[in-house]
Design a protein around this ligand. Structure first.
Ligand code: SAM
Length: 244
């Protein structure tokens, strides 16, 4: 059995951001990569790829997900990852674009004022509500990919820019979960209190090996909804960390 601390060691916190726009009847979400890549020769880590692909599928067709502030090396590798999506995936997933520019530059290029971008922020005063999907916001913005445990409030870097903010409850979600919950609230018009969640799930691999994830997830019965391939990736990673 492994703890949250093990996960914390294995998964560096990449402070990133994503913008999503739901095109019809509403459009766009964005996620911005806010942290410098540790090694610019490396492409995006596997778990980040899995979360990004999950964001596309959770945002759904009719949405456009923008990943911003990517490094010179990760930007093209992410684009080719999106291009490799299967035809089924493309028809069921949001369009996705990767950018080296920051979210502020992307807003300027699209003529989107600050007031029309909603930052999902655990420290916001107001909870996200179905009415927030009625056109008052053009884009929904998410920061920081996998979180810190305990959270280090790195969303504050985006908050400092002055966006209107909304929270999704007091517990830190993974970024893909936060995006999926936002879609359910603003597009499907389901209020936050009606969405089933599971906190800090224990992912069990076998009788001896399991790992506790330090986040809130959308629940499917008693199981958390994880990105496709994440369970296998966690298991591989767990085994690698014990190879000396
Ligand atoms: C995995 S969280 C990382 C948060 C980071 N560790 C921090 O302390 O600010 C990534 C992003 O998901 C969104 N998010 C996660 N949980 C949230 C919540 N409970 N309410 C609002 N937004 C949330 C925020 O946009 C946040 O920047």
């Amino acid at each position: 059995m492994y703890s949250r601390d093990d996960i914390h060691c294995e998964y560096p916190s990449y402070l990133t951001s994503t913008v999503v726009q739901w095109v019809s009847p509403m459009s766009l979400d964005t996620a911005e990569h806010m942290e410098e890549d540790e090694d610019t020769s490396k492409s995006i880590p596997k778990w980040v790829e899995l979360e990004y692909m999950h964001m596309r599928s959770l945002a759904g067709p009719g949405a456009h997900v923008h990943f911003t502030h990517l490094s010179q090396s990760s930007c093209p590798s992410l684009s080719s990852l999106f291009d490799r999506g299967t035809p089924t995936e493309s028809s069921e997933s949001a369009q996705a674009s990767s950018h080296q520019v920051s979210v502020m530059e992307l807003m300027k290029a699209n003529d989107i004022p600050l007031i029309k971008v909603c930052l999902l922020d655990p420290k916001a005063e107001k909870e996200l509500s179905p009415e927030d999907g009625d056109g008052r916001f053009s884009w929904f913005l998410f920061g920081g990919i996998l979180g810190d445990d305990p959270p280090r409030d790195r969303t504050s870097e985006l908050r400092a820019l002055g966006f209107p903010t909304r929270h999704l409850g007091p517990v830190q979600m993974t970024t893909d979960t936060a995006l999926g919950v936002t879609k359910i609230v603003v597009q499907d018009k389901v209020s936050l209190s009606k969405i089933p969640f599971i906190d800090y799930p224990n992912i069990v691999f076998n009788a001896k090996e399991s790992v506790e994830m330090p986040f809130r997830y959308i629940a499917n019965g008693n199981e958390p909804i994880l990105p496709a391939g994440m369970r296998e990736h966690l298991y591989d990673d767990l085994n690698q960390s014990f190879q000396f």
